[in-house]
Write a protein that binds this ligand. Structure first.
Ligand code: NAD
Ligand code: DAU
Length: 377
């Protein structure tokens, strides 16, 4: 029997990780610690909330005393840390909140894990602190081939119809950190603290850096769910700059599967990049979204292309992200399960089939829902 603490489990990626662990490991106790900020939504976990091996605790990771108490009381063996402020645009408006949660919150969690595990006779034996980070810490890659070239590797997540790289360089694990946005600066700082706790105290840490995730339950401020919702309502689609920026997209369940694999088989103190070799210019992926939503809603494919509205670019907008995940494939045998075309079809369908989930968030009703859920516990 193991007890695993997952932070940020009511958010987008965290809810998929919680669901995977609760269903796959009935012999583990899974504790979901989440502050329930605007991005946390217990409706993301409705299907597993009554499972006997699952427990939700509402807590701020910055609240050191109560985090330590929880870790001690629950005899936590492993931590998978996803709680964070995660939206770049918000970090530009309010960097302080990002420093607080992402840097000080991570430090608080590290200190609490260290204090509890230090007090045990077996110390760090069988323990693990796994920190989930982002490819944005590496900065931005150049776009040396705007028309696209054949990428050096492929995974099952790579698109069938659009398999290109926009430059020869990729983010590899040995690259120097060069964050640009307040969000990525705060994530970079938290990664440094995690590594410092290994190098200084021997805490058994692992860090992974993943590319852009897409899939169900993503908060509709991020590109894909925001645009699906806007196309549905025939509202303008605010494309930053020229829409030429490149992101590398991975289906969220494949990220969750990588997290499971690395949590169990990854080497302590190591770093793994996670991504699918699936680069897209924003404008191209937006056209895929328009065509898919139109088709699934019975409209003529492409009839909503005129919703595309070019707006002022994001300040400091990183040009290109592209992850080299070959180390993870080579060393741990990770392979994503879903090709991009299937993943995006499933994603659009999910948002269209779960319009009430979107409507509850956009109307603010979910806050009432989780307040009442929390009171009932
Ligand atoms: P999200 O914004 O959807 O969810 C974040 C969760 O953390 C929410 O449930 C929120 O309530 C919780 N939280 C925020 N502040 C907290 C605090 N102080 N104490 C406790 N809980 C708090 O984020 P996401 O997109 O699911 O990202 C999860 C993690 O993965 C983040 O660390 C992010 O940096 C990283 N990541 C995200 C992506 C992506 O594409 N979304 C890619 C790579 C890495
Ligand atoms: O790379 C991993 C990162 O991906 C994660 O660490 C972050 O938590 C996650 O938010 C995401 O960051 P991005 O900034 O890449 O994601 P976002 O969905 O905000 O934007 C994707 C691209 O689309 C980016 O180039 C900006 C652009 N965009 C975004 C929005 C919200 C627009 O053109 N218009 C928009 O309205």
């Amino acid at each position: 029997m193991k007890t695993i603490l997952i932070t940020g489990g009511a958010g987008f990626i965290g809810s998929h990780v919680v669901r995977l662990f609760v269903n796959k490991y009935p012999n583990y106790n899974i504790i979901n610690l989440d502050k329930l900020t605007y991005a946390g939504n217990l409706a993301n976990l409705k299907d597993i909330e009554d499972k006997p091996n699952y427990k939700f605790v509402r807590l701020d990771i910055c609240d050191f005393d109560n985090v330590l108490k929880l870790i001690q009381d629950e005899h936590i063996d492993g931590i998978i840390h996803l709680a964070a402020e995660s939206h770049v645009d918000r970090s530009i408006k309010d960097p302080f909140t990002f420093a607080k949660t992402n840097v000080l919150g991570t430090l608080s969690l590290l200190q609490a894990a260290k204090a509890y595990w230090d007090s045990l006779p077996e110390k760090y034996e069988g323990k693990r602190f796994y920190h989930i980070s982002t490819d944005e810490v590496y900065g931005a890659l150049e776009m040396t081939h705007p028309q696209g070239i054949e990428p050096p590797f492929t995974t099952k997540a790579s698109s069938a119809n659009h398999h290109v790289a926009y430059g020869e360089k990729f983010f590899t694990e040995d690259l120097k950190y060069l964050p640009h946005s307040p969000y990525s600066a705060s994530k970079a700082s938290s990664d440094h603290f995690v590594r410092a706790f290994h190098d200084t105290y021997g805490l058994p840490t692992i860090v992974t850096n993943c590319s852009n995730n897409y899939g169900p339950y993503q908060f509709p401020e991020k590109l894909i769910p925001l645009f699906i919702n806007n196309i549905r309502h025939r509202k303008p689609l605010p494309v930053y700059g020229k829409g030429e920026n490149v992101r590398d997209w991975l289906f969220v369940e494949d990220h969750a599967r990588a997290i499971d694999l690395i949590f169990h088989k990854g080497t302590i103190a190591d770093t793994y990049n996670i991504g699918g070799f699936n680069e897209w210019k924003n404008i191209d992926i937006i056209k895929v979204l328009i065509n898919t939503v139109d088709r699934l809603l019975g409209r003529n494919e492409g009839e909503d292309l005129d919703l595309i509205t070019y707006v002022t670019d994001r300040a400091g907008h990183d040009l290109r992200y592209a992850i080299d995940s070959s180390k993870l494939q080579r060393e741990l045998g990770w392979e994503p399960s879903l090709q991009f075309e299937e993943g995006i079809e499933r994603t659009v369908r999910w948002y269209l089939d779960n319009q009430s989930w979107l409507d509850n968030i956009t109307s603010g009703d979910y806050e009432k829902y989780y307040e009442s859920m929390y009171k009932n516990r």
